[in-house]
Each structure stands twice: as structure tokens, then as C-alpha cells.
Design a protein around this ligand. Structure first.
Ligand SMILES: [Zn+2]
Length: 377
């Protein structure tokens, strides 16, 4: 990721670039902003800038050896630590090393596919359960281990810690120790929307870098480049998302895409049940590309979230409108909190199986049967 991949925020970018020019990059910085602020992408772009061999006053070059690695998020001198929760999948059967590699792979795909994704997006991406995710004790040891070696490719090493407030206490203590005496050539970049939950001792050892949310103008520019939408839809999404670009993308795509119609027909067929139609729908699903298939599952999770909020009467948190809201109203009347929980689990399992390139048709049919059984329970 380069600075150019992040919409707007020119002043902050200039400040970061100047700190490199003036040799004043802090050894530990805290990229902080409201929910939806692009703190993590900014840290990732800054790391690429530090590693770039031909950086300019504007940005990293995008084509040197360092940039090619950074672009794929495989630069050996950029390390990541991020919270992970329990998984209800076969992943946890694997040994620690395999698990870590697997998670890192998922993490890279997540950042590449949803560079502005939220903590919730990350949880649904790796198919986590609803337990509080953490940066574990073992991750803490890994942070220290990976920093004990000299840089491989670049002159510096960067450790990016996303949501550092989720660190297990012993990981946080380990971090504190290195923050007191950071290894030479090492830069820590903490990124979070919850800086107020960090240990004061960690706060006092980091330099704050405030990342503002995007202005309406910046949002407009960012969105026009990413999604097709008419000006009215665009204004509505921007007003609703309050500077959170990923949220606006989600709003616009849930209005526009065909998941809505397909999903409603699918749920009706699961409810009846209508096996013949389910087979037809599974064929259609099978023919979609992987991104669309994932999109449908994520849309399903979104509808479950809406149903939960609907049954809790938390109307200020609803995102659905129009036809979608009508559907959620009807659908939530046949659901209970337990049923929603069960359906969320089977959606997450299916997402995981899709990631593993399971047969889309089989996954779809299996999921349909489980949803039917849950609805009829
Ligand atoms: Zn470069």
C-alpha cells in the first residue's frame, strides 16, 4: 500500500514524509483515530515508504524491490501483530507454527481485499467466533523474536500492531520492555481506534499520530473511484457513514448488488423448504466467482446482524433501509437470538470452506439444510 492508495489526508501524509526527511521518525508511534479512520492503512503505507529505495517527496516509488514486496504485504522487514479469536474450524487442530502461517496468509488477503476493513470485517474474514479476539502471549513472544534479528532487505524493521489494546497482559508487558529500549533500526507502529484502552505506560512511550476520518469531499472522491452510484445514493451513504469509507462502500454495495434479491429468495426456499428451487439456486451460486460467493455469505452475516438488532429494537444501529428493512422485519419474526447465533456460525463455517476451495454447490446445499433445520427447530 502506498500513500496514494489512501484517499485524502494530505496534511498527515506530508507530516509523515517530512519526519523521514528530517530524520525524526519516532521509534514508537501510535496511529489513532475514530472508528473508520484509516489508521492501519496509514501505518502500512508509512512502512512501505520507509522501505522504499527510491522514495520521493510525495510517496514510495511503487516499483523498487522493496515496494514490490510491500505491495504484496510480504516485505520481510514489515511484521504484523493483530488480534485473533477462537475459531470454530479445523484451523485450531493445527500446530502453532502452521496456525500462525495460515493466519498470516489470511491477514494478507484481508488487507489486500479490504484495505479499509474494520475489526469486525477482520473477524468475519477469518471466520472467528464471537469470543473476544486477543493478541496472545505467544504472539507477544513472536513480536520479540522477529525483532531480535537485523533487517533482511531494508535498512529498517517495522512492527505494525493493530488494536494493541487487545494484547494479553503478558504480551503487553513484553512490548513495554522493548518500547523502553527499542532495538536500533526498529519502528513500532501501533494502530487503533481505542487508544483510551491502552495501558498508560504504553501510551507514554509512543508518539501520537492523529488520523482524522475522511472529510465529505475526500469520501466523495474515494467512493467515486471505487463504486458506481448515482449522486443521491452517494450523498446518502456519505452522510450515513460519517467518514468511514468502508462503511460507505458496504452501504452502497448492499443497495446495489443483487445479493438482496437472491438472498431473500434463498431464505424463503430454506424456510418452506423448496428443494427443487434450492438446487437451482445452488447451481447459480456455483457459477458465481469467489468474490461474489464470499459477498453473499457476508451479506447473510449482515442480515443476521440486522435481525439481531431488530429483535433488540436497537433502531439507532440499523443499517437496512427500504426493501431490505421490510425483509429483515419479516425474517426476524421467525428467528430467536439462539437461532441467529446458530445461523451466524454456519455462515462463518461456509466462508471458511469457500476459502479452502470446497465445492461451492455442496457448501451451499449443506448450508441451506442447516438453515432450514435451524428455522424449523
Ligand atoms: Zn520503492
Amino acid at each position: 500500500m502506498r500513500f496514494a492508495d489512501i484517499p485524502g489526508l494530505d496534511e498527515l501524509k506530508r507530516k509523515l514524509i517530512a519526519s523521514v526527511r528530517d530524520n525524526k521518525v519516532p521509534h514508537a508511534s501510535l496511529f489513532q483515530g475514530k472508528e473508520g479512520a484509516l489508521s492501519l492503512p496509514m501505518a502500512v503505507a508509512f512502512a512501505s515508504y520507509l522501505h522504499c529505495e527510491n522514495r520521493t517527496e510525495e510517496d514510495s516509488c511503487g516499483s523498487c524491490a522493496g515496494c514490490s514486496l510491500s505491495k504484496k504485504l510480504i516485505h520481510p522487514d514489515t511484521h504484523f501483530a493483530f488480534p485473533v479469536g477462537n475459531m470454530k474450524t479445523e484451523l485450531k487442530e493445527k500446530d502453532d507454527e502452521k496456525l500462525r502461517n495460515e493466519l498470516l496468509k489470511q491477514w494478507r488477503s484481508f488487507l489486500l481485499e479490504q484495505p479499509f476493513g474494520s475489526p469486525d470485517d477482520w473477524i468475519s474474514f477469518y471466520g472467528g467466533d464471537d469470543k473476544q479476539p486477543i493478541i496472545s502471549r505467544e504472539d507477544g513472544r513472536e513480536i520479540i523474536r522477529s525483532l531480535s534479528l537485523r533487517p533482511f532487505q531494508s535498512k529498517v524493521k517495522v512492527m505494525i500492531i493493530w488494536q494493541p489494546e487487545m494484547m494479553h497482559p503478558s504480551a503487553a508487558n513484553g512490548l513495554l520492555k522493548i518500547l523502553e529500549e527499542p532495538p536500533a533500526y526498529t519502528y513500532f507502529m501501533l494502530a487503533t481506534a481505542q487508544a483510551n484502552q491502552l495501558l498508560p505506560t504504553i501510551l507514554s512511550r509512543t508518539q501520537k499520530i492523529s488520523v482524522p476520518v475522511l472529510s465529505e469531499e475526500e469520501m466523495k472522491k474515494a467512493l467515486s473511484a471505487r463504486v458506481k452510484a448515482d449522486p443521491v445514493q452517494l450523498d446518502r451513504a456519505i452522510g450515513f457513514a460519517q467518514g468511514d469509507v468502508q462503511e460507505a462502500i458496504r452501504l452502497l454495495s448492499s443497495e446495489e448488488n443483487d445479493h438482496q434479491e437472491f438472498f431473500q429468495e434463498w431464505m424463503r426456499s430454506c424456510f418452506k423448504p423448496d428443494p427443487l428451487n434450492l438446487i437451482q439456486l445452488s447451481e447459480k451460486f456455483h457459477g458465481d466467482d469467489r468474490l461474489q460467493q464470499r459477498g453473499l455469505m457476508l451479506y447473510g452475516l449482515h442480515i443476521m446482524r440486522e435481525s439481531l438488532l431488530m429483535s433488540a429494537k436497537a433502531s439507532d444501529l440499523w443499517r437496512s433501509r427500504g426493501k431490505e428493512q421490510e425483509f429483515v422485519q419479516k425474517f426476524s419474526s421467525v428467528l430467536s437470538v439462539n437461532k441467529i447465533d446458530r445461523i451466524v456460525t454456519v455462515f462463518n463455517d461456509s466462508l471458511y470452506q469457500l476459502e479452502r476451495n470446497g465445492s461451492a454447490k455442496m457448501i451451499f446445499m449443506d448450508l441451506s439444510l442447516k438453515i432450514n433445520a435451524t428455522l424449523k427447530a
